[in-house]
Design a protein around this ligand. Sequence first.
Ligand code: PMP
Length: 535
Amino acid sequence: MFDISKITRENVLAMKPYSSARDEFDGIADVSLDANENPFGFGLNRYPDADLNKLKTAFATFRKIRPDQLIFGNGSDELIDLLIRAFCEPGKDKIMTFTPSFSMYSVCAQINDVEEITQPLNSDFQIDLNSIQNQLDDPNLKLIFICSPNNPTGNTIDQEAILSVAKKFNGLVIVDEAYVDFSDETLVGQNLPNLFILQTFSKALGLAGARLGAGIGSQDVIGVLNKIKPPYNVNSLTQKQAVEALERPDEIKKQVSILLEERSKLEGELKNIQSVRRVYPSNANFLLIEFEDAKKTYGDLLAKGIVVRDRTSLVANCLRITVGTPEENLKLIAVLKDEQFDTSGRIGQFIRTTSETKIKIEVNLDDPKNSSISTGVAFFDHMLEQIARHGSIGLNVQVKGDINIDAHHTIEDTALALGSAFNDALKERKGIERYGFLLPMDDCLAQVAIDFGGRPWLEWDATFKATHLGELPTEMVSHFFKSFSDTARCNLNIKAEGDNDHHKVESIFKAFARAIKMAVRKDDSGVLPSTKGVL
Ligand code: PMP
């Protein structure tokens, strides 16, 4: 028989919970001087509703349950941790989890020094009742976590199996239904006292950024969790946003139905792709896919700007792919089919992640309309803007570098990535002018000649008096062009004279941009501009 007092930690049973100002007075007062709040503030100066009454009513209506069956957490992650802290004695008690599954149960167990017994799911990713039978009587086994639909496999776990575990077990069975809205099976409504359901606002409800999770269970279990939860764990903004979302159930349903339709389209498309060995059936908003070589596919997708989840450590050769918008899914399929998404456009992309810099660059040689540049080094941003504007190209540069050390890695790696993106955009280099050059500008004379001939080279003749322009070290200017020429595979011949270093650097970047503009111009011949037959 399940008895809450037998599974609750003794210190939790004995403790007196924190009592907040709002717990002690929840009435209506004209003047609130009880919680040491700032009476001015910026619209959020009062503590949130600790009982989350509006949210409870809205969610209870949405799920057709009673408000007193509910507890909320800062994401369901917080509730997973609360459950372990309420019921498992560190160094003594245990939880049971299944593999492959969501790793947070294990992480929270480790944080709390609670042993984890891991059972493998069978080949259909279902629970093998026989293999867990003996362990259910272990008096130190307090919690069993079952994820359904399961992450990362996507399938629902047989409900009869879950219920039979709950009936044989004296501890708590926690069913994580994070993806329940994408399936048609829920255990909400099965009123077993030791069944506790976790749900989240991060998936179908589209509020991952708000951090909100719900626990649905008996009042006994909710009572224990309420005793130990931080008093104001769900902030006012989140409560408000969540209530607003729950008041628009038709929109939620519509989004879910689009995603379900997209999931089934994706499933069909993926099955026809050569590198795909198997698409596992899914009741969630993602698909688990086995590839011929998952690591290679992961890298290929990333090089085209598509990030998916590498799950090869959990299920051999598998990637987990979230269902996106119809456009995103089309792009995914096009890349997997090794098709150019836009064959007419000369678009190049390069993504690079190291411990020093995280870089994403996109170059569009034929569309100067969209540019956005952010490297964290203002003067350098200004120079890259010159390339976009005076080169008449679209340039998207997003860089997060270790500028807390200095600007060196950011500038060097951006140049390397920019050159690679150009190299990608120029493809076989057919039908381009190939050469570009320019002479004077402003009070300075800057000359930049370029040859996209396939060989890297830099001739440099410019000196600067200043060591820095803004946060940009002037020694990095020639280094930028050297790095660019290495990966764009071009010759650069750069000279500049003049007095004002700012003007000199800017005119070099402008001249460079103009040289690029000339060199990448299409000559409509479609012919390779070389007698060698290759560039
Ligand atoms: N449970 C499962 C199965 C999940 O996949 C996730 C998130 N990936 C969570 C819980 C966490 O949800 P939340 O954002 O509410 O913390």
